[in-house]
Ligand binder design. Sequence first.
Ligand code: OOB
Length: 542
Amino acid sequence: MSIAFTPWPDNFAQRYRERGYWIDKPLTDILLRQANNDAVAMIDAQGSLSYRQLNQQSDRLAGALARRGLVAGDTALVQLGNRNEFYVVFFALLKLGVVPVNALFSHQRNELQAYAGQIQPALLIADRQHPLFANDDFLDAFRDQHPSLRQVALLHEAQSECSLAAWIAEQHPTFSPSPTAADQVAFFQLSGGSTGTPKLIPRTHNDYYYSIRRSVEVCRFDQQTRYLCALPIAHNYPMSSPGGLGVFYAGGQMVIATDPSAQGCFQLIEKHQINVTALVPPAVTLWLQAIEQKGSNQALASLQLLQVGGAKLGETLAARIQTEIGCQLQQVFGMAEGLVNYTRLDDDSRHILTTQGCPMSPDDELWVADEQGNPLPAGHIGRLMTRGPYTFRGYYRSPAHNAEAFDDNGFYCSGDLISLTDDGYVKVEGRQKDQINRGGEKIAAEEIENLLLRHPEVINVALVSMPDELMGEKSCAFVVSHQELKSVVLRRHLREQGVAEFKLPDRFVRVEQLPLTPVGKIDKKRLRQSFDAQSPARVTGE
Ligand code: OOB
């Protein structure tokens, strides 16, 4: 049984095949191409794996899963952090045709439940070192709530019957791969979201494989590439832009850091002679501070290319990268839904410093819409509309939301406000979607508002972004409540609801009432303006 998704219309599919974008091969091909390669594919804090070993281990795990009854068309919920096993598991599931959601390691009960509710997983793979799985409380409740669940495998598990390590080590007769068809769903990406429940993005082999191959080409990854994965490994950016999968396709080497902090990353860069990595803007600031403190960027001497994306990179910060880190900058403006823009390696510095790049595919179609949905000329700010060979056509099982997120011609409205330069480069100018971009981590306002509204004392609430020097944006909750509520109380309430830590509001402000627009919606623009020091409507209080 295959996973339902919104397919591209036939004429588009035909064109994408004719132009060589869709090659009708499964993502497992990325690894099979390197099956006999004894070069090191991946290094984490525990050790390294050659391509041959990665292929063998994922074969063994796929076999172990098959013998436990998992079959093509099943779904899996996976939550693994920055470590080699992430890709052993990913390829094992692809080989079996089991379709995973890779939750972020920072996700908690609420997010995992939301994903599981949507995909009804047959398999759960998680880590005992994650607080949720430190004991069996959550697991037991999860099994009760999701009768679809047939198997559980855990990292750092002592008992062998559900130890992921033991399953990977199992020897058995040869296993023959049965990935889903190339034009079907390979796995789900996570949407940053702007609605109450986190949405899932079905990605097919054909579309994702193309985005990886094209990224490798644009970013010139090859066998000499030594890429540091410093961001959360399951995120679309370090997975495919070109990310880990790009490294594997090119036959290079990936070193996995546990987090993007300067201390850990600088050591890894020096030790493994890393030549490319991908960061979000706040991490760049912290790296520059660390260089200043050390008085040297010597540890980063091998670094040739620094990709920065996930959130807007200011021009001042951008300009410091070349001189202070001593490597080239590439801006990346992408989204888990598809479209990725890159500045090109041979672009002039004006483009590299002042734009977020241009679409990677000649068949990415992109235009800017005004309020009425009419196209705007270059230089004008409006909504980004896009479709193309690796941009999805619909969120998983979300007909109502899809009706809003797509126009009649299948163009996806990302909710970003952009302008285009005369030569087709994108400048990100703002956002229309109800989301906070906290240094690259996306928070759907509605999700947090709904959780806060569950508190008996909360009458009304609005979550908005507030400017922050390091993070770009932080989140502030304006709360109307029966009585004064301390921030600690509301934070505790949210933690009890099981929400990821990065989604907790950085600040709470109690207000008598929330301002409304003429049509009666909460006027978030006015709330945001209250952070402007010049504004007369300045709101005070903690
Ligand atoms: C990446 O993917 P997501 O899905 O976490 O977030 C996408 C959103 C975009 O719609 C935009 O609002 C924002 O993140 N964004 C940027 C940006 N890159 C992403 N905003 C301003 N400047 C940029 N350079 O964040 C993502 C996926 C693949 C590659 C890179 C980033």
